[in-house]
Structure formats: C-alpha cells, structure tokens
Design a protein around this ligand. Structure first.
Ligand SMILES: C[S@@+](CC[C@H](N)C(=O)[O-])C[C@H]1O[C@@H](n2cnc3c(N)ncnc32)[C@H](O)[C@@H]1O
Length: 276
C-alpha cells in the first residue's frame, strides 16, 4: 500500500482529493495514504518565513532550504516510525523528466514517495542538489506550484491500486498501460447525428471486437504518437497480427505519399508525418 508524504505550503489543495471520486475511494479503503507536511511549521524567526529574495537580484522569491529540510526530516521519521524503508524524494519542476505511465505504475507498486511542491520562483538549488532524488514535470508549461502535479500523480496512482476502480480491467485497457493510446469508445444511441457505431461492436463476436480495438489502438498511436508504436516494435512486444496491422499502416502512408505501397518493416524514419 503506497504512502505519499507531501511537502506543501498549501495542504488545502489536497482536501478535494480525499473527499471526491476515485481518489476518495482509494483513501477511504486505505489503499492509498497521504500525509502533508508544511515547511512553515519548520521555519524559524518571528515571521516563520519560508521564502526570501534571490541572491543576485531579480523578480520573485525563492523557497528557503531549511524549512523544507525540516519538513522532509519530519516526513522521513514518520515514515520510518510506520515501518517503511527510505522513500525517493521527488520534486515537481518544469525542468524535470515528464511523468509517464511506467513511473506511475512503479510508484503504485511501491511503498510510495516524498513529494516536494515548489512555489514562487522555485526551490533553493542546494536543497535540490542535496536532498532530491528526481525532478518530475507535468509538461512544458508553468504552473504556480507543485500541488497540481502532485494531485495528478496521486490520482494516476490511485486508479491503479487494487479495488479502487469499479472494474479492474479499466486501468489495464487505458492509454499507456501497455504502451499504446486507448481505442475509441461508443455507447448508445446506435446512430448519433450522421454517425453509426462501428458494426463490429454490435455483432457480439468478442475475438473480432478485441482485434478491432487493438487495431484502432495501433492506428491512433501510429497517427498521433508513432514513437510509442516504434518503441513496442523495437522491444518485440507486437504480435504477428499487430505487425500485420503496422505493415498495413505503413503501406497506407507510402500510398498517400505517392510512393509504391510496401508492407516491409519500416525504420523509424518511416513514421507518419504531421500531415497524416
Ligand atoms: C512558478 S513555478 C516556478 C517556475 C520556475 N521559475 C521556472 O521557470 O521553471 C513554481 C513551482 O510550480 C511547480 N511547477 C510549475 N510548473 C510545473 C510543471 N510543468 N511540472 C511540475 N511542476 C511544476 C514547481 O514545483 C515550481 O517550483
């Protein structure tokens, strides 16, 4: 059962996670544990400051290393008191490695982590150098703090934990769970405006439906994220029918590009262009 200890100046952000939806189920059942630690509780001085002006001048404030270290030590000793081993210390930062599903899967299967939420211009670099194991980014944009990335990570972990989703298979069929994007989904009515539900989904042939879905996953991934398909191909994780579909997609691309269609395995340079 993973436990996350979050160092944050704004613990209130996490309350909706505890009280709503899938995450609430994870917390209520004890599948996921969350503890917050406020660096301000470890700040010194009459004002209990947690930030100061940057050396060298410039706009904004920088989070002080000492209150963060106090909060980190408190979190680490509480974890040790609960019988847990040393946990990785992860800092949210636009400069970090973009969070991907394999990392979420690893965390869901682990004892958890200490998550550090930056604010202001960021965190004193010496705290990062000395106490952070890894920096994690949510993407190439700038948020006001690390709380929303922390909540995103917790939500992504929660849905992988046993008993949290209504149907265990849902998470296994989600995008990225086996490296591809998810297939399209349809529900009632059978005809919406001019669009019908694909016939194969109405026929009840489960093997054909499974193949159709897998082909759509490959097709969508090939169009939008070809590197995902190429990664699986390189790792030998595409079966014979997958490879046949991939050859068909490459042949279509070659046909559209005006070249003679070819079903021979292509190299990464044969990935579809943005125009596809
Ligand atoms: C206003 S941001 C600091 C931005 C920093 N000065 C920069 O330009 O990279 C404050 C905090 O929000 C968090 N944050 C902002 N954008 C993020 C992102 N894309 N991924 C992860 N954390 C982010 C980090 O914890 C960061 O320390």
């Amino acid at each position: 059962m993973p436990r996350f200890d979050v160092l944050t100046l704004f613990a209130g952000y996490f309350e909706p996670l505890r009280s709503q939806g899938i995450c609430r189920r994870a917390f209520d059942s004890g599948a996921l544990q969350l503890h917050t630690w406020n660096p301000r509780d470890h700040a010194s001085g009459a004002h209990r400051s947690v930030d100061d002006r940057p050396y060298g001048g410039g706009p904004g404030m920088v989070m002080l290393a000492e209150p963060l270290l106090g909060a980190l030590r408190a979190a680490q000793s509480a974890r040790a008191g609960a019988g847990l081993g040393a946990a990785p210390v992860l800092l949210f930062s636009p400069a970090g490695r973009v969070l991907r599903q394999p990392e979420v899967q690893r965390l869901a299967a682990s004892e958890g982590a200490v998550l550090v939420c930056g604010r202001y211009e960021g965190v004193d670099q010496r705290f990062i150098d000395l106490h952070v194991d890894e920096e994690i980014s949510l993407g190439d944009f700038v948020l006001s703090g690390g709380e929303i990335p922390a909540m995103a990570l917790l939500d992504a972990v929660a849905r992988l934990l046993p008993g949290v989703l209504g149907d265990e298979l849902s998470a296994q069929q989600d995008s990225f769970s086996d490296g591809l994007l998810d297939c399209p989904h349809y529900t009632r009515p059978p005809l919406f405006e001019t669009r019908e539900v694909p016939q194969v989904l109405m026929g009840g042939d489960h093997a054909r439906i499974a193949r159709w879905r897998r082909d759509r996953m490959l097709e969508l991934s090939w169009r939008r994220r070809p590197e995902l398909v190429l990664e699986l191909e390189r790792a030998g994780r595409l079966d014979r029918q997958d490879l046949r579909m991939l050859a068909e997609l490459r042949a279509r691309d070659a046909g559209q590009a005006g070249a003679a269609p070819s079903a021979t395995p292509a190299t990464p340079s044969a990935a579809p262009s943005a125009a596809d």
